[in-house]
Ligand binder design. Structure first.
Ligand SMILES: [Zn+2]
Length: 512
C-alpha cells in the first residue's frame, strides 16, 4: 500500500498575530494536501504553533500574564484564520502538548546515550532589554545587533549537540540528493554555508535566564532551546518514540514547506538531528520566497503587515488563494499590493471565469429552458477527450513538481480558450436558425462539459468557487480523480436544470 502523503507547515511562533506570510505557507500546503486527496491518496497535513522561548515569555510578561495563559490566548487567532481561509489541516500541534514534550525529552535521552551531547561552558554577551544572548561574532561594534545597546559578558554551562561531526555527511547527502533542498538557489545557499566549519549547537538555556521551555531531562537547571524543541514537532505529531506504528506509517515526510528565512534550521539542524536519531531523511525541504511591499519584506517588525482577514472579507477566500498561487512561482519573492490583487480579481476571476459561467448559464436559459440539452454525447467525447486528458496531465505534473502557478495557468488557458470559442462560434447566430438547433446544442454541451471539468480540476485550488459551479450543474462536490479515464468521462446529464445563480465574482464596484 502507498504511504500516505505527508506535508507540513512550520509551526508558527506565537509572539504575534498571523500575517500574510503565515497565510501563504498555509494556503500552499492546503492546496497540495487537497490535490493529493483529490488524486485519491490518504493525506496528512500538519500545522501548529511554536510556543516556548524568551520572546513568548517576554510578550506574556508585558501583558501581565503567565506564558501558558498568554499562548492559549494567541493560538485561537491562528486556528480562526485557518478556518476563515478554509484550510483543511489534519492535525494542529502545539509545542506545549504533553506528548510533544515527552517526545522531545525521549529524543534527548537517546542522543545523550549515543554520545552526541556534552556539557560545556559557553561564553557570550547578553543584552538585558532584548533578553538575547549573542556570540562575539554576532555583536555589531561590540553592541547588541538588534537594539545597539551595551551588552554584558556572561558565562554559563550548557548542553551541546555534536552537529559538527555530521557536517561531511550532510554535504555529501545534499550533493547526492538534488531534490532534497529546493529550489536550486536555496540548495546552493546551504552548500555554500556548509563550506565553513559548522559549530556544535547549544541546545539548552539556564533556567535562571529562561523559564519558559521544556525541561532538559536530568537537569533541573536547564530548559531546551526553542528551535531544538520546535523542529521535533514534525515527528512528535505522528507519534515518534510513543506510537511506532503510526510513525512508520507517515514518515518520511513528503515536503517540509518553509519560508526561506528558516532554511538553515530545516536544511542543516534538522537533517543532522534526524541522522543522529537514526531516522530517515525528509523527502524534501521546500523554501518559498517572501512577499514584499515597496521592496521590503512584509513583516511585523517593519510595520507593513497585510491583514489576511481584511483581504478575505473584501475579496473572498478564493480570490485571496488564487492571488497567492498565481502571482508568483513557488520559491521566488513576490510583490504584494492590493491593486495587483484587485487586478487579478477583475481580469482572471470576474472577467474570465465568472463571465464564462454567466454566458453559458444565460444561453442555456435562453435557448434550452435552463436545461442541459440532449445531443450526441459520444461524438463529443471522442473529439474532446484527448484535450481534457491533456489538461489533467499538465495540471497533475505541475502539482507533483510543486509548481501550483503553472497548474493554475494551464486551467486558465483552458478558460480563455472557451471564452474565445464563444466569440468564434457565435451561438447567438446559430440560435436564429432552426436548422442549426443540433449544432447549437452540441456547442453548449461542449462548453458545459469543459466548464464542469474545469470546476472539478479547480477543487484543490479554489474550493468554494469550484463547489459552487458543480452545485449549479447538480454534480457532486467531492471528486477523486485517480487516473485519466476518471477525468476523460462525460460529467453532465441531458435534461439537468442548471441554475444561473448570482455572479461568481461580483464586480468590485458593486461590492462596496
Ligand atoms: Zn538588544
Amino acid at each position: 500500500m502507498k504511504k500516505p502523503y505527508y506535508i507540513t507547515t512550520p509551526i508558527y511562533y506565537v509572539n504575534a498575530s498571523p500575517h500574510i506570510g503565515h497565510a501563504y505557507t498555509t494556503v500552499l500546503c492546503d492546496t497540495f494536501a487537497r490535490f493529493h486527496r483529490f488524486m485519491g491518496e490518504e493525506t496528512f497535513y500538519l500545522t501548529g504553533t511554536d510556543e516556548h522561548g524568551a520572546k513568548v515569555e517576554k510578550a506574556a510578561r508585558e501583558q501581565g500574564k503567565d506564558p501558558k495563559t498568554y499562548v492559549d490566548g494567541i493560538v485561537p487567532r491562528f486556528k480562526d484564520l485557518w478556518k476563515l481561509l478554509g484550510i483543511e489541516y489534519d492535525y494542529f500541534i502545539r509545542t506545549t502538548d504533553e506528548n510533544h514534550q515527552r517526545t522531545v525529552q525521549n529524543i534527548l535521552r537517546d542522543l545523550e546515550a549515543k554520545g552526541d551531547i556534552y556539557t560545556s561552558k559557553y561564553k557570550g554577551w547578553y543584552c538585558v532589554p532584548c533578553e538575547s544572548f549573542w556570540t562575539k561574532l554576532q555583536l555589531v561594534d561590540g553592541k547588541c545587533p538588534d537594539c545597539h545597546r551595551e551588552v554584558q559578558e556572561l558565562e554559563e554551562e550548557n548542553y551541546f549537540f555534536k552537529m559538527a561531526k555530521y557536517q561531511t555527511w550532510l554535504m555529501d547527502y545534499i550533493e547526492n540528493h538534488p531534490g532534497f533542498v529546493r529550489p536550486e538557489i536555496r540548495r546552493n545557499e546551504i552548500l555554500g554555508f556548509l563550506k565553513e566549519p559548522l559549530e556544535d549547537l547549544c541546545i539548552t538555556r539556564p533556567r535562571t535566564r529562561l523559564g519558559w521551555g521544556i525541561d532538559y531531562p536530568n537537569s533541573k537547571d536547564h530548559v531546551i532551546y526553542v528551535w531544538f524543541d520546535a523542529l521535533i514537532n514534525y515527528v512528535s505529531a505522528i507519534g515518534y518514540t510513543i506510537d511506532d506504528k503510526k510513525f512508520n506509517r507517515y514518515w518520511p515526510v513528503d515536503a517540509h514547506m518553509i519560508g526561506k528565512d528558516i532554511l538553515r534550521q530545516h536544511a542543516v539542524y534538522w537533517p543532522i538531528m534526524l541522522k543522529a536519531m537514526g531516522v530517515e531523511m525528509p523527502k524534501m525541504v521546500l523554501a518559498h520566497g517572501w512577499w514584499t511591499m515597496g521592496g521590503a519584506k512584509v513583516s511585523k517588525s517593519r510595520g507593513n503587515t497585510v491583514d489576511p482577514v481584511e483581504l478575505v472579507k473584501k475579496y473572498g477566500i478564493d480570490a485571496f488563494r488564487y492571488f497567492l498561487l498565481r502571482e508568483v512561482t513557488l520559491g521566488l519573492d513576490g510583490a504584494f499590493s492590493e491593486d495587483l490583487l484587485a487586478e487579478r480579481y477583475t481580469s482572471d476571476l470576474a472577467n474570465d471565469l465568472g463571465n464564462l459561467w454567466f454566458r453559458l448559464a444565460s444561453m442555456l436559459g435562453k435557448y434550452f429552458e435552463g436545461k442541459i440539452p440532449a445531443c450526441a454525447g459520444d461524438a463529443l467525447l471522442s473529439s474532446e477527450k484527448p484535450n481534457l486528458v491533456n489538461l489533467y496531465h499538465n495540471v497533475e505534473s505541475a502539482m507533483l513538481d510543486y509548481d501550483p502557478r503553472s497548474a493554475v495557468s494551464y486551467i486558465w488557458a483552458a478558460i480563455t480558450r472557451l471564452n474565445g470559442a464563444i466569440e468564434y462560434n457565435k451561438p447567438w447566430v446559430l440560435a436564429k436558425d432552426p436548422a442549426k438547433r443540433e449544432e447549437l446544442a452540441r456547442f453548449l454541451v461542449m462548453l458545459g462539459e469543459w466548464l464542469a471539468h474545469t470546476a472539478v480540476l479547480l477543487l484543490p485550488f479554489l474550493p468554494h468557487t469550484a463547489q459552487q459551479i458543480l452545485e449549479r450543474f447538480k454534480l457532486k462536490t467531492d471528486w477523486t480523480i485517480e487516473n485519466e479515464d476518471d477525468f476523460g468521462a462525460l460529467f453532465l446529464k441531458a435534461g439537468t436544470p442548471v441554475e444561473r445563480g448570482d455572479a461568481l465574482f461580483p464586480r468590485l464596484e458593486e461590492m462596496k
